[in-house]
Design a protein around this ligand. Structure first.
Ligand code: S3P
Length: 165
């Protein structure tokens, strides 16, 4: 049974959907950011401040690589996971679901969120979104247009579409 990865920009609901999907399917849920926080013993924002983004990306890639050698898990990833070629290869070993929301919707959710070090100005975030969108599209097995959907609907849609039960 392949791992299932949820990918997408900050605020797209990867964590919420992964946890509820895992519960319904009685599978183990792993939140990659939470694993990093646990391992490093500090919040993501502090890792960025004190050790730098490059360090964070190294830890993120190493953990993903380790997890990609396992099976049957549901994994919520951080929004920047697709920026690294090594990660794209790790994601390809599983089923990868891209949760696609329009930028304006995501911006209302992440603006001024101090826990997200990359949630800076509108223009910076918009540019990051535009850069990453093609990477999410290239890395995913299933591209889900989430507009107007609740986590409940998305969960059932995924279970049916991927014939997970
Ligand atoms: C990041 C997204 C964050 C977290 C880190 C970097 C990004 O996760 O991994 O702050 O580069 O987009 P979420 O997508 O869960 O906010």
């Amino acid at each position: 049974m392949k791992n299932i990865y949820l990918i997408g920009f900050m605020g797209c609901g990867k964590t919420t959907l992964a946890s509820t999907l895992a519960k319904s399917l009685q599978r183990e849920w792993i939140d990659l950011d939470e694993r990093i926080v646990c391992q490093e013993q500090m919040p993501i924002a502090h890792i960025f401040e004190q050790k730098g983004e490059a360090y964070f990306r190294q830890v993120e890639a190493a953990l993903l690589q380790e997890i990609s050698c396992t099976s049957g898990k549901i994994i919520s990833t951080g929004g920047g996971i697709v920026g690294d070629k090594r990660n794209q290869d790790s994601l390809k070993k599983g089923i990868c679901i891209y949760l696609d929301w329009p930028f304006e919707e995501l911006y209302t959710r992440i603006a001024d969120d101090a826990t997200r070090p990359l949630a800076k100005s509108y223009d910076q975030l918009k540019a990051l979104y535009e850069t990453r969108k093609p990477l999410y599209e290239a890395s995913c097995t299933l591209h889900v247009n989430c507009t107007g959907q609740t986590p409940y609907h998305l969960k059932h849609y995924l279970i049916e579409t991927l014939a997970l039960k």
